[in-house]
Write a protein that binds this ligand. Structure first.
Ligand code: SF4
Ligand code: SF4
Length: 101
């Protein structure tokens, strides 16, 4: 079979994420509003993020943001019904580094 016609190798999400690298800044490019998050019933950010950046801390009654693993896909800023999520691009030179091929 012609090599160019062979299907691409399929990878699991975990395998794909393993190929991604991050240059982590000391300052978060994401922020939530604690009061709005406490009142939020959907908490869509907890479910939409492919790398589980957002986690609900029951004891502290707040959303924990692990910005270090952000893929910069932007899904969370669209999903936040309350529109309170602060989403900035990471500072120059920081953030996700994708490897293609
Ligand atoms: S969806 Fe928005 S308001 Fe709701 S918990 Fe997430 S960041 Fe907070
Ligand atoms: S931009 Fe994407 S990867 Fe980053 S926190 Fe939002 S949903 Fe998660």
């Amino acid at each position: 079979m012609d090599e160019t016609l062979k299907p691409l190798e399929t990878k699991t999400l975990a395998e794909k994420l393993y190929l991604v690298r991050f240059k982590v800044d000391s300052t978060s490019h994401l922020a939530v509003d604690d009061k709005a998050c406490q009142e939020c019933t959907a908490r869509s950010c907890l479910f939409i993020c492919p790398t589980e950046v957002y986690r609900w801390d029951e004891a502290a009654s707040r959303v924990i943001v692990s910005y270090e693993g952000c893929l910069e896909c932007g899904a969370c800023r669209v999903a936040c019904d309350a529109n309170v999520l602060v989403w900035n691009n990471p500072a120059g030179g920081f953030g996700v580094c994708y490897r293609y091929g």
